[in-house]
Design a protein around this ligand. Sequence first.
Ligand code: TYD
Length: 392
Amino acid sequence: MSNRTLIDFGKLPLANTLSNSKGDVEKTFPLIVGFDDQTKLVSLTENVDAEYLFPNDYVYDSSQSETMIKYFGDMAEYLESTFTPKTVLEIGSNSGIFINGFKNAKTIAVEPCDNFANKTNDMGIKTYPEYWSMELAKEIVKNDGKQDLIYSANTMTHIHEVDKAFEAVNECLSDDGVFVIDGPALQNILKYNAFDQFYHEHQSYFTCTALSNILNPMGLVIVGVNKTSVHGGSYQIMIQKIGHENSIKFGMDLGDILAEEQELGLDSYGGLKIHFDRIRVHIKDITDQIASLNGSKVVGYGATAKFTQICNMCDLDNNNIAYAMDTTPDKQNKFIPNTGIEILPFAKDRIDSVDYFYLGAWNYAEEIFKKEHEYIENGGKFITHVPEVTII
Ligand code: TYD
């Protein structure tokens, strides 16, 4: 498999590994994005061990956001009423807000982080506290039978050998079953300048072009693609077994998406390189913007994995960013790795003293602007780099 480099970000700390003390120096790993000539998949060329990436105190919790609670609840309701599956499996179930939304189906969760696996177990959902693999797929088929609906949000992109993960899904999927993957689309990452989504946990960045090249030889086919605004622009991709496609219309046709991707140059190294070369310019724009605000109090809004990337890619530290604020208790009083930037809980006096909030959680911009209307009405400003570096 040939893998040509699209961009080398150098060595960076892991985006979700927060430091306990200001002076801690976290381990760094190379972050290089490459292109596979055969499948056209864009993925990281270096692999970090899963134990480093997903420790048991993993901090991402989807139930911390009203937007995500509503999104996954609606998604479960839509899929249950459209496909009336008897059995549903979620791979990477996190805090359970999707899988818990099914009313009539028999549900199973797969989640390797113990804290979340315990949570879904406590909700009464049978949970396998393991990484997704062919071995696990076979065990599930043996214990629980094949599954009518398999759903996976923001998880397939985290798996190193994604082709093997898809083989395991194929093993577990009933003949007329539906497999839905939900996650950021490379198209939008590049179009909306969301390069902070490149981090070690995200092994692959999907196009339908690459997915078709990987899935078709296994006997799987994309039957529909829905575009959503989640995480700055995601695809919900519906996949079925070849020869068992049903007639339910799900978003756009594959042909239209493939044509769109070709037009954007996402199906060739040369086309992609043009997009990736622009990232360097965006990084400099952010660095210049922050430097120009010297003397003002700039604070991170949302200590997202993405904000860790922005700080480390743009060399920002506690000299430029006074602190960050985040609602997640597990993140509070910790530090953004290798920056000395402390994460604090939200408090009115802390908000009032801020000149500029750097929108670390830009994927929730609408929710945040609504919540912070008082700060905005009092002249407070936000900085974002999505879809371009601007002060709002
Ligand atoms: P998330 O969307 O998971 O981004 P990433 O995958 O890059 O980590 O994280 C959103 C974070 O933003 C989460 O830690 C909660 C925080 N947050 C706030 O602090 N306040 C808010 O109003 C919202 C919407 C999110």
